[in-house]
Design a protein around this ligand. Structure first.
Ligand code: MLT
Length: 338
């Protein structure tokens, strides 16, 4: 991991120096490219639309953006590499795909850490979020300038209704390449299949995997209802999806453009929280109208939660700044310490 980060950094600086020397498209561009992992109609798309609208307004139309949906500019994890090297301006992706490049961000993918939209807003827009922004610039060469709030990741599959952990047995579940999420499924008793986001629809369609987890709005934006039948309404992970800008691109902009980028990011973040509240129930109803069946986790999800917290959290204390740091975060959310 450390090697990977160092490699990214050294390549990044070399390329940036080269780009500036030849008068790169970065310095002159007035249409910035935004990679978006999900399809149209999702929270990522909505964040990008709002960001673009406000950014254009704030630069009096001098600058514009162009969004590339559905991973057209590469898989989400690949877009971090590209932005880090200054080859891509912006990317909107799920936080779980940032963690491999900036481990402390894993606090946002720790199972059952975030209990609500309010928790997600508190963590991302308060002191913790500010620290994560700085860590991500340092570790990955990208700056988080906005956040989309997408709701809890529910489990979907094509084979059977799942309510208890025993029902999971025998199912092949796709997870992102994220150690914390892999360990969570292991705590639940199965070995999940790590798979890039850009390959997930095809993987589900061809039966390489039977299921996956993502928020209702993402399930809809990715048309997973065409290849998945059953939903389990688990709440282990509230999906948060940052808008990142390449740090080298950001630093190459004049102060007024940097200011416009930051302000447009904040406006898009505020809009995202509101949009989720307005859309989630409607989209959930559309998915059931399209034939998906929703089950609630057995036992009020107690066993799911207990196993994940007991087996996964201790393994990541060190990566996440120690148990004391996690207790500080829990206290800031008004929760009991561990
Ligand atoms: C993933 O499952 O890899 C991501 O959370 C998908 C997304 O970006 O929506």
């Amino acid at each position: 991991m450390i090697f990977k980060q160092r490699f990214i950094k050294s390549i990044s600086f070399a390329l940036c120096a080269g780009a500036i020397a030849v008068g790169s498209s970065v310095a002159q561009a007035n249409t910035f490219r935004i990679a978006v992992g999900d399809g149209a109609g999702g929270t990522q798309h909505e964040l990008g639309l709002k960001f673009s609208e406000v950014f254009k307004e704030k630069t009096a139309g001098k600058h514009d953006t162009k969004m590339f949906l559905n991973g057209q500019l590469g898989d989400e994890q690949a877009t971090i590499n590209d932005a880090s090297m200054g080859l891509l301006d912006f990317s909107i992706l799920a936080i779980n795909n940032v963690t491999p490049f900036s481990p402390s961000v894993g606090v946002l993918t720790l199972p059952y850490m975030v209990h609500s939209l309010d928790d997600a807003v508190t963590l991302t827009q308060g002191e913790v979020g500010q620290q994560l922004v700085e860590n991500t610039i340092r570790d990955a060469g990208v700056r988080i300038i906005g956040w989309a709030y997408s709701g809890f990741r529910v489990l979907t599959n094509s084979k059977q209704a799942v309510s208890s952990l025993a029902d999971l047995e025998g199912l092949k579940i796709r997870v992102p390449n994220n150690e914390i999420m892999i360990d969570t499924y292991r705590a639940w008793g199965i070995n999940p299949t790590p798979m890039a986001w850009s390959e997930t629809f095809t993987g589900l369609q061809l039966g390489v995997v039977d299921g996956q987890d993502n928020p209702y709005i993402t399930v809809s934006a990715m048309k997973f209802d065409e290849v998945q039948k059953y939903i389990t309404n688990i709440r282990y992970l509230f999906s948060i999806e940052p808008l990142i800008v390449s740090e080298s691109v950001f630093q190459s902009q004049p102060a007024d453009v940097q200011k416009a980028i930051l302000e447009a990011g904040q406006a898009a973040t505020d809009h995202s929280a509101q949009w989720l509240v307005e859309q989630e129930d409607k989209i959930k109803a559309e998915l059931t109208a399209n034939g998906m069946e929703i089950s609630e986790p057995a036992d009020g999800e107690k066993q799911w939660m207990q196993k994940a917290i007991d087996q996964v959290w201790p393994k990541y204390y060190k990566q996440l700044g120690g148990k004391d740091n996690l207790n500080k975060i829990l206290t800031s959310l008004g929760r009991d310490t561990i």
